[in-house]
Design a protein around this ligand. Structure first.
Ligand SMILES: C[S@@+](CC[C@H](N)C(=O)[O-])C[C@H]1O[C@@H](n2cnc3c(N)ncnc32)[C@H](O)[C@@H]1O
Length: 293
């Protein structure tokens, strides 16, 4: 470079071309996020940037090359947006997906329509996405975030410590296997849990996944041959912890709405078992109410 700052418009164009060639669906958007990250500005303020100096240009081109190798955008910038929160993410933890915001919206809608205080559990919490977003959005809510993987727990604890919870709300982290009924009963104790959210590993082992998914821990993604290996043993644990009339929402693979619905119904512990779809019409999560009997 001749000492003349590079023009963002030119750099973004060639970065987007490189990313498109490597098969990325949103090349321009990814290029903008990477440039904003490198320059330390909000993406909306990129239009105000006149030029990129030499160190900035080197860092941007390195970041674009990493993304072209299909390293997830969130690992390169170090954060993932989920609802109203930004979570620290990186190797060892599942990157929260936008589709899980449907489950968040459902949970917040129910909690917001009943008076607190609430006790909520987020099973298979990963980075803490659901737990922290709920505690941020709903006052007077104690959220117990349960995770079994050591690396994920480190990210979860960091995110929980940095959380800006709503008044009277907090996130507590527990290291536990959500399929272990005895352990979970001890964790919850005598608390009256009114809502459970769970985004467990649910992708069937033989499903085709994109290159970025290889950067998520396999334990976070795959739920055995049928995608049900965590969901099936988790359902009786949820039945045990929920108060009568309490609600559960479980995200699942788009091929497993029927078995998840059947698993909840067959347990005999739930009513109003309802499969739910996202805006694109894909089966996304199933909700149910703990029977009062
Ligand atoms: C699909 S990720 C979801 C993470 C987060 N809830 C989200 O929505 O982004 C599933 C998480 O469940 C954890 N996990 C898998 N099996 C588990 C088990 N038996 N008990 C507790 N956590 C488990 C994984 O380590 C991973 O963090």
């Amino acid at each position: 470079m001749s000492g003349v700052p590079a023009r963002p418009v030119d750099e973004l164009r060639s970065a987007a071309t490189r990313l498109a060639e490597s098969g990325i669906d949103t090349p321009r958007r990814d290029a903008e996020w990477l440039l904003a990250h490198v320059l330390g500005v909000d993406v909306g303020r990129l239009v105000m940037v006149d030029g990129i100096d030499e160190p900035g240009l080197g860092a941007f081109r390195d970041a674009v090359e990493q993304r072209a190798q299909r390293i997830p955008l969130q690992h390169i910038v170090g954060t993932a947006a989920f609802g109203p929160v930004d979570l620290a993410v990186g190797p060892g933890v599942f990157i929260p997906r936008p589709e899980t915001e449907y489950l968040l919206e459902w949970a917040v809608g129910h909690l917001g329509s009943s008076p607190g205080p609430h006790v909520v559990t987020d099973l298979c919490s990963g980075s803490g996405a659901l737990a922290i977003a709920i505690a941020t959005m709903v006052p007077e809510t104690r959220v117990l975030a349960v995770e079994a993987d050591g690396a994920a727990l480190q990210w979860l604890r960091r995110n929980a410590a940095d959380a800006r919870c709503a008044p009277g709300s907090r996130v507590e982290v527990a290291d536990a296997d959500v399929t272990d009924a005895t352990l979970m009963a001890g964790l919850v104790g005598s608390a009256s849990v009114s809502l459970v959210v769970a985004n467990p590993p649910y992708v069937p082992l033989d499903a085709e996944v994109g290159p970025e998914v290889a950067h998520d821990p396999a334990r976070a993604v795959f739920g055995g041959a049928d995608g049900m290996s965590v969901i099936v043993p988790m359902v009786p644990v949820i039945a045990e912890m929920l108060e009568p009339g309490g609600l559960v929402g479980i995200e699942h693979d788009d091929t497993t709405a029927a078995p998840v619905t059947e698993c909840l119904r067959a347990s005999g512990s739930f009513e109003d078992v309802t499969p739910r779809r996202d805006l694109a019409g894909r089966p996304r999560f199933v909700t149910a109410r703990r029977t009062r009997g």
